[in-house]
Design a protein around this ligand. Sequence first.
Ligand SMILES: Cc1cc2nc3c(=O)[nH]c(=O)nc-3n(C[C@H](O)[C@H](O)[C@H](O)COP(=O)(O)OP(=O)(O)OC[C@H]3O[C@@H](n4cnc5c(N)ncnc54)[C@H](O)[C@@H]3O)c2cc1C
Length: 356
Amino acid sequence: MSEHDDDLTLESGEVLTADQIKDITVVGAGPAGLFTVFSAGVQEANCRVIDSMPQVGGQLTALYPEKVIYDVPGFPKVTAKELVDRLHEQAQQFKPEIHLNETVVDVQRLKNRILAVTTSAGNVFYSRSVVIAAGIGAFTPRVPDEDLFAKHGEDKGVYTAVRDKSVFAGKDVVILGGGDSAVDWVMGLGEAAKSLHVVHRRNEFRAAGHSVSVMRDMAEKGTVNIITPYNFKTMDVDGNGHVTSVTVENKDGEELNLKCDRLLCLLGFKNDLGPIVKWDLRFEDSAIKVEADMQTNIPGVFAVGDIASYPQKIKLILTGFADASIAVQNCIPYIRPGKKASHVFTSVRGLPAGSK
Ligand SMILES: Cc1cc2nc3c(=O)[nH]c(=O)nc-3n(C[C@H](O)[C@H](O)[C@H](O)COP(=O)(O)OP(=O)(O)OC[C@H]3O[C@@H](n4cnc5c(N)ncnc54)[C@H](O)[C@@H]3O)c2cc1C
């Protein structure tokens, strides 16, 4: 889709093909990031989006998926999860490259105005422009013991999200957590698991009342064992580092050892602006200062949504959408020097060929 076909030789001698260099790389797949992807597609700019979370949706997915939102134009009311699904579907029409579970740790300008975007997974992505849609920072799953969980990933039976239900089928599953996500997956995995324990530090669950009732019915039928008020203490592993059991304890120090070959930790997310503050960007009010074209002090780097600061800014989903549209419009002359973005009504021109 890009109009650029010039290859670029890096200082290391590596030659980048035009395909490796995207027009726009979006940091963050919250509502502003997802709408940036869509807006890029409308302008026939190819795009990749990177997010530290295991799913798209930013704050809506991490903090309030079941809450109802009333101030998104055109939706008298919509749950956060449903809005994310609609935004994701809209963005997917342009088949963007989506990288989840990767935090962008650095953005550097190379020669030929190309930007190198480095992630926590060790990937370096090349781009003609970058749109930072990082909201209130990178969300990463909260775990009870950072060091221990860093050593044991999905290959060792330890999960912080469910991407494929089948890996839990016929297994001894322990779920940590008491919110919507934990209770939803008790309901989702109950029938398939060989055994299922849910461990929560309080007797009351924070999840939606109806879901908690369903879970308690399942417990009465023996499909799930509810263990409260207990906290995770440690896990035992076999010679390959694979989890074999989990020890939990209550505040009196009483311990229980639970047989486990699939540990699913659903304790919510923590957020951290982290590496972004080191990228030589100008900040004001804990957000990145942008001009009216949404460009930051670094040429070719734009910011949108909650992370962007300008006079009279209101941090709302709808302002993030407008920011995204303005940023992409102003990316075009940057990524295609000499060209102006054509302002098009999608109702008049439709979507560019190539979209689904
Ligand atoms: C409880 C609650 C209720 C709300 N209700 C409403 C409402 O009713 N109406 C409304 O308009 N707004 C509401 N908001 C505000 C709204 O959610 C935000 O304005 C909106 O989410 C901002 O979108 P965003 O895309 O800018 O950022 P975010 O939603 O914060 O998404 C940013 C994404 O960027 C990722 N990220 C950050 N840094 C990096 C990095 N270095 N590398 C990779 N990924 C990174 C994060 O993981 C995250 O997924 C509410 C907020 C909360 C907390």
